[in-house]
Design a protein around this ligand. Structure first.
Ligand code: URA
Length: 234
């Protein structure tokens, strides 16, 4: 489909429409090898080769960004006082319409997907999709066989009954892993509390078949190809 060049460049996270128009004026953009300076010129990003500073643009309809969320930032799009995960994105990726697909608490770290693909997020978060989220939890006391059985049966907390969850011990004392298929408010913390334990530190390490890369430091991001993001449904 033909689109204005400034719109195409902005949609790829290369800056605002105004910044894209400046890149064009500066002669940094080529279409099929020819320098193009007119932001209003229309091109079909699937049918031609667009390059910026000699680098070919691989056209992405949607962005899927994997973040290792650090503690202390909100999983929200904006907040008047506190930093959000979008504030951590490099400028060239922070395009309009991005949002975190699901929330982690302010003090929870780990795997978060930031996207502008509403259908993807909706599918991933739908309880009917049963996407498994795996967390590593440091807890006040080590887990017991009774805790494992209680999680497997479905923990009751206040008025809520959580769906059965898999719980197992990590190699270190006080480290446990839990897999849940729902995304209720403070779910993992509340499940541990219901068994007389307390979460001291929580990290999401996997969603479906997509794992948090071990070499990705807190606050860092990686852009995923669509087929990599789709691993959450495996
Ligand atoms: N469960 C929690 O309690 N907190 C999170 O951030 C995610 C799952």
């Amino acid at each position: 489909m033909n689109e204005r060049l400034d719109k195409i460049l902005a949609s790829q996270g290369l800056g605002s429409r105004k910044e894209a128009a400046r890149m064009l004026r500066e002669g940094r953009v080529t279409v099929d090898g020819q320098v193009v300076r007119d932001a209003a010129l229309k091109a079909d990003p699937d049918g031609c080769v667009i390059a910026v500073d000699g680098q070919r643009l691989i056209f992405r309809k949607y962005l899927y960004i994997l973040m290792n969320k650090p503690a202390g930032v909100l999983s929200a799009t904006e907040d008047s006082r506190q930093r959000t995960v979008l504030d951590l994105l490099p400028e060239e990726l922070n395009r309009r319409g991005l949002f975190p697909a699901g929330r982690l608490d302010k003090d929870t770290t780990g795997l978060l997907i930031i996207t502008d693909d509403g259908d993807f997020a909706h599918r991933m978060l739908s309880p009917r999709a049963h996407v498994v989220k795996r967390y590593a939890a440091r807890t006040q006391r080590s887990i017991t066989d009774e805790d494992i059985a209680a999680f497997a049966a479905g923990v009751q907390s206040g008025g809520d009954r959580f769906a059965p969850a898999r719980l197992w011990a990590g190699e270190e004392d006080g480290l446990a892993f839990v897999e849940v298929t729902e995304g209720k408010y403070h779910q993992v913390k509340r499940m541990f509390e219901a068994t007389g334990n307390r979460v001291l530190q929580l990290t999401r390490v996997q969603i479906g078949g997509l794992a948090l890369p071990e070499d990705l430091a807190p606050g860092q991001v990686r852009v995923l190809e669509q087929n990599e993001a789709a691993r959450v449904f495996l």
